[in-house]
Ligand binder design. Structure first.
Ligand code: NDP
Length: 344
């Protein structure tokens, strides 16, 4: 079979640093890159060995199989619609859109067009987190009571741009809490019933979007999840703890872009390390699953539905922090279930 030809919509850091190596490592070709700036598009294509540089969406999509969208967050929906309408499969960065109904409309469009539409959440591709979720689902720690996600780090200097700006798609919630929601989605389906949250602006930069948030999520069966997401914490190891009636699971250092981290199980027999299998590059896992979804009809690593549910949680957290109220997420989950009943 001929290699898949990819268009990069967005001349971004993540496309160059993580996705191009993964795409090429799996035999894909980078056919085009789209940027709003002609100079940036040309320089990016030259630096990364990409055939065609353009500022026109139609030109970028011409003759490609897949669009990988890693532009600014507010552009994701419009670019996904253009690609799907042009008959091109879409692997979109998180957050899939900033509007849930728009996401549902795009999911419908992908079905009408018989195209794969998936989200590039990397954390559900981690063998540590996959093992953690499957053990929790398969009763290794009894009935599930709650979980805590510690996802606080210091934002690297080169990333201190739009993430810190008080603009649509900026801030720690749509950047990091949405990742937590995708991880929680590995073990809890549907999304939580309610979300409560508080945000602050605590970093050593001009005040913009919230740069730290703590949330509490509650499910209808009284399972609770707590998250701490921050750009402001210089010395920390990320972690996830899941508590059950018969034991607990503890993952350390696994909320990263690299295939690292450890998993431990604590039960009445004591504490033991859990073998998590081969630690593959997370982006290669995502691109590999997406490629097989296109060529062999397998499921992608994170479907558009799962990505939309993660955004639903993030938007509820934003609303909870803004209003100071506990926000109902159930209605959102119901809308998604009614309007888009099958995963793509
Ligand atoms: P960047 O800030 O590197 O790029 C975002 C956009 O900024 C680009 O698409 C480009 O716009 C513009 N831009 C960047 N550099 C220049 C430049 N020198 N001149 C002109 N314009 C420039 O974003 P990230 O790579 O940090 O994030 C991109 C997307 O990927 C986001 O949606 C983010 O949420 C997601 N992401 C996902 C990660 C994951 O692990 N799944 C990790 C990191 C990010 P244009 O489109 O016009 O080229």
């Amino acid at each position: 079979m001929r290699p898949l030809r990819w268009a990069l919509l967005g001349a971004s850091d993540i496309a160059a640093s993580r996705m191009l190596p993964a795409i090429r490592g799996l035999g894909g070709e980078a056919a085009a890159v789209l940027s709003g700036s002609p100079d940036h598009a040309r320089a990016y294509a030259a630096a990364n060995g990409i055939e065609r540089a353009t500022t026109e969406l139609d030109t970028a999509l011409d003759g490609v199989d897949v669009a990988y969208i890693s532009s600014h967050n507010p552009k994701h929906a419009e670019q996904a619609r253009a690609a799907l309408s042009a008959g091109v499969h879409v692997l979109c960065e998180k957050p899939i859109t900033l509007d849930l109904r728009e996401a549902v409309g795009l999911i419908h469009l992908s079905r009408q067009q018989d195209l794969v539409f998936a989200v590039n959440h990397h954390l559900p591709c981690s063998s540590v987190l996959r093992t953690l979720a499957s053990m929790a689902r398969e009763d290794a720690i009894g009935s599930l009571l709650g979980m805590r996600i510690n996802h606080a780090f210091l934002l690297r200097e080169r990333l201190r741009g739009w993430r810190l700006e008080d603009v649509p798609g900026g801030g720690v919630i749509l950047d990091i809490t949405v990742h937590d929601a995708a991880v929680i989605g590995l073990l809890r389906e549907p999304p939580p019933a309610t979300a409560a949250a508080q945000t602050v602006r605590q970093g050593p930069w001009p005040k913009g979007a919230p740069d730290a948030v703590m949330t509490v999520l509650r499910w209808e069966d009284d399972f609770l999840a707590q998250t701490h997401d921050a750009y402001t914490v210089p010395y920390n190891s990320s972690s996830i703890d899941i508590y059950g009636t018969e034991g607990s699971l503890h993952a350390t250092d696994a909320l990263t872009q690299d295939p690292i981290g450890d998993l431990q199980l604590r039960t009445s027999s004591g504490m033991s390390s859990v073998e998590v299998g081969e630690r593959k590059d997370l982006y290669a896992v995502s691109v590999g699953a997406f490629t097989r979804a296109v060529t062999e009809g397998e499921a992608p690593a994170v479907s558009a539905i799962a990505g939309t549910q993660a955004v639903a949680v993030a938007l509820a957290v934003e609303e909870a922090a803004r209003s100071g109220r506990t926000v109902d997420v159930t209605d959102v989950a119901r809308v998604l279930t009614l309007e888009a009943p099958n995963s793509s």
